[in-house]
Design a protein around this ligand. Structure first.
Ligand SMILES: [Zn+2]
Length: 322
């Protein structure tokens, strides 16, 4: 499956899935207050349903809901359950992505301008390798490290991912500042990740497509590996570059009225395709009907068509070169 994913990327854009954490909260299945997505363990049937909805909508890659899991006594069980659920929803025709984040909560953190010691790097690699082993015990087709504010903290994930025999997708994230914690630009960060062996690089979370795609364009010019983008589904407040509501706990529910529409997602998918993004995904707030809008805009199959496909004016898309 690993080689198959790489081959599949060469055949044109592949569609990712949407956001799980906030939607599972909205469905009253679990909050993220403890920095553990307990919905995976408490309501795996609810997670399976949401994953299936993404699959029906057109997602070609389903991610295991193992984002942002802090270390706790049922960590291995959570990681295995999440992969099992994604695998069940994916069936034989879709890819399953294991998901990693840097350890949440402060230790190993790089503060602005600091560099990691060799000891920090080794500890990080050990942390990632453990999560990779937990998810590989069920089996994934690729790994995605998400929400990397620091390139140096992300790089130690690449070796254990590749040692597991699957592609390494490494995604940085930017809030208002377009610089990583090491003061690398998006393009420089992506180049360093490519040089460190990442198979796919890109961005996820914090920014909607309107302010994420300009950075993706810079990354496209800087690297030759395939790209992945996963913007959030929230319209910015006036003057914002990233969705402040997402990054300030306590404000998460405030962004609900600012959900982007299916029309926005059709526009995003087409623009991402035009930039040359190979793996077109999405992050927090993105629902199955958004994925369907992307699938239909790109001419991909969806099991449950939009009620009137009002957003897809075929002649207009054709003139835009799709
Ligand atoms: Zn997100």
């Amino acid at each position: 499956m690993a080689a198959r994913f790489q081959e599949r990327l060469k055949q044109g854009p592949i569609l990712g899935d949407g956001g799980y954490v906030l939607e599972l909260e909205r469905r009253c299945l679990g909050s993220y207050k403890t920095h553990i997505p307990m919905a995976v363990l408490d309501h795996p049937e609810g997670l399976l349903e949401l994953s299936r909805e993404f699959a029906i909508a057109g997602s070609e890659v389903l991610q295991a809901m193992t984002w942002g899991v802090k270390e706790f006594d049922r960590e291995a069980e959570l990681n295995r359950t999440a992969v099992r659920v994604a695998r069940e929803a994916a069936g034989p025709d879709r890819f399953v992505a294991g998901t990693l984040t840097a350890p949440p909560g402060g230790y190993h953190s790089v503060r602005q301008g600091e560099t990691l010691t060799d000891h920090d790097r080794q500890q990080l690699e050990t942390f990632y390798a453990r999560r990779i082993e937990q998810q590989m015990s069920v089996g994934v087709d690729l790994f995605m490290l998400e929400s990397a504010y620091s390139v140096e903290m992300a790089i130690p994930a690449i070796r254990p991912m590749r040692a597991a025999g699957v592609p390494a997708v490494i995604l940085m994230t930017f809030r208002e500042s377009p610089y990583t914690l090491e003061n690398y630009s998006a393009a420089e960060g992506a180049k360093r990740l490519e040089d460190a062996g990442a198979d796919v690089v890109g961005l996820n979370c914090n920014r909607p497509f309107q302010t994420m795609l300009p950075l993706m364009r810079e990354i496209r010019r800087a690297v030759s590996v395939p790209l992945c983008s996963q913007p959030v589904a929230y319209q910015l407040e006036p003057g914002e570059i990233s969705s402040q509501g997402l990054t300030n706990p306590g404000l998460w529910t405030r962004i609900e009225p600012r959900l982007l529409t299916r029309f926005h997602y059709a526009e995003y998918a087409l623009e991402a395709h035009r930039i040359g993004i190979d793996f077109i995904g999405a992050c927090c707030g993105t629902l199955p009907y958004h994925v369907r809008a992307m699938a239909e805009a790109l001419g991909k199959p969806t099991a449950m068509p939009d009620i009137d496909r009002g957003y897809q004016r075929d002649s207009e898309w054709r003139t835009r070169g799709i």
